[in-house]
Write a protein that binds this ligand. Structure first.
Ligand code: CO
Length: 469
């Protein structure tokens, strides 16, 4: 069989999460679903990550309804989501009963592929999600998050992949959330995974450092990467994924021709370009190369947080010191990859260390809990001396953190009984209690509605206009 790279379109998830602060509303997605479905993408990433929180918090939308609407509009293409393993879509570990129910419901509502990751590449924190995904007939895309450190090398990644494949993951995602994976190391790692395990590899990167397009080309030519993540041009580049249009044009007429219709793609890009005007968030976007990412290897989101935080206290001149401190804190903590939630943990501690001028004089609860083993096993060693200096003789757990959690579904159900209309409400509440409650109150006013008849009309007429639901 001739090799052909496939694409996952991230426009409706990571694309707007990276560039429009996750603010795209369901009504704006609806008129383009049929066109997206007709392109021939491997999958569409439409759910998970920050979209769930954002729906409830900022948009007064029910994320479960969004998924239903998208599933109704996308008949042929697989739908994909991003799941933070035992953290589900939040920042802490959830009990197994809530995670199980969440994954079951997710699949019931139409997700075909779950990209499952853990910030520390701790397979024990991904295991339950993988098992439930497989038990419900969906595809479990086991993930390794890519980072650069003295303890991360090809052998370590292959060991993680081995465990993920052993659990039954049908494919592996190489997740470069910071855009720091360079083309040569990327192709080498993908080739190693494919050669050793024979599983499809799905590559995810961000254009923050400017290397993404080159990474994809190299991964296609040298490693026959199976799937790459792209977005439509208006929601691509900068801190988002590479744009699909130039990649399709690059490969056209070669032995790597994607077979995708550039004309159809540009039509959809035009739709999103028009849509951009509705989102003031898009005006703040800087799509140029951020050399600091190359220099300090921290994700773009972290950089912009630092800038915001330091400028609020008129201390922007501390930025270089904070970025240096990030590396030192990572070293102390055994090199956790910088991805949610460990990026927030490392970032907050680095800022404290620099601002107080006295390292670890003040320590965040997150760092303390991390040192107590509550995030799982750190990738590298942590010295006993350092650990003791922060948490004294506190117990350090060695079991899977979620093993220590009591079941939580029934308790959450009781707590929101006055609002509850369906089981999914309990899951929304368990994930984001205050935010979900606020949404439920709004829903009770009767202002919230999802109108499927409008969607049907779009699908029947091939209507291109944008209408609210
Ligand atoms: Co991403």
């Amino acid at each position: 069989m001739t090799y052909k790279v496939q694409f996952m379109d991230t426009t409706l998830r990571d694309g707007h999460q990276s560039l429009w602060a996750t603010r795209m509303r369901t009504e704006c997605m609806l008129p383009i679903l049929k066109d997206l479905d007709d392109i021939g993408f491997y999958s569409l990433e439409v759910w998970g990550g920050a979209t769930f929180d954002s729906c409830l918090r900022f948009l007064n939308e029910d994320p479960w309804d969004r998924l239903d609407v998208i599933r109704q509009g996308v008949k042929k293409t697989k739908l994909q989501m991003l799941l933070r393993g035992q953290n589900i879509l939040g920042y802490k570990h959830y009990p197994d009963d809530i995670l199980t129910k969440f994954v079951e419901k997710t699949i019931e509502h139409g997700i075909d592929i779950l990209r499952i990751f853990d910030a520390l590449n701790e397979v024990r924190n991904m295991k339950k999600a993988i098992e439930v995904t497989l038990a419900n007939g969906a595809i479990a895309e086991g993930t390794i998050v890519y980072t650069i450190s003295p303890v991360h090398n090809i052998d370590k990644y292959l060991k993680t992949v081995d465990e993920l494949v052993g659990l039954g993951c049908q494919q592996i995602c190489l997740k470069d959330m910071a855009g720091i994976l360079d083309p040569y190391h990327g192709a080498e790692l993908i080739d190693a995974i494919k050669t050793e395990f024979g599983v499809p590899v799905h590559l995810h990167t961000h254009m923050t450092s400017g290397m993404g397009n080159m990474l994809y080309l190299k991964a296609i030519e040298d490693a026959k990467v199976d799937i790459v993540d792209t977005a439509f041009a208006p929601l691509a580049m900068g801190t988002s994924q590479p744009a699909i249009e130039p990649i399709v044009a690059t490969l056209r007429g070669t032995k790597y021709d994607t077979g995708l219709d550039l004309e159809k793609l540009t039509k959809i890009a035009g739709f999103f370009e028009e849509m951009e005007k509705r989102y003031p968030e898009s005006k703040l976007v800087n799509k140029s190369v951020d050399i600091n990412v190359l220099k300090y290897q921290v994700p773009g989101g972290m950089l912009s947080n630092f800038r915001k935080q330091l400028s609020e206290t008129n201390q922007l001149e501390l930025l270089p010191a904070v970025l240096k401190e990030v590396e030192l804190v990572r070293n102390d903590l055994g090199y956790p990859p910088l991805v949610t939630p460990s990026s927030q943990m490392v970032g907050a501690q680095a800022v404290l260390n620099v601002m107080t001028g006295d390292r670890y004089k003040m320590v965040t609860n997150e760092v303390k809990n991390y040192l107590r083993g509550q995030y799982g096993r750190p990738p590298g060693e942590i010295s006993d001396e350092f650990r003791k200096s922060i948490i004294g003789d506190d117990e350090v757990i060695t079991v899977r953190p979620a093993d220590l959690l009591e079941p939580g579904f029934d308790k959450a159900k009781k707590e929101i009984s006055e609002y509850m209309e369906k089981d999914e409400d309990v899951l929304s509440y368990a994930a984001f209690p205050a935010v979900a409650e606020k949404f439920f109150e709004y829903r009770q006013t009767g202002k919230y509605k999802v109108d499927f008849s409008e969607l049907k009309k779009h699908l029947e007429n091939g209507d291109e206009g944008v209408h609210p639901i």
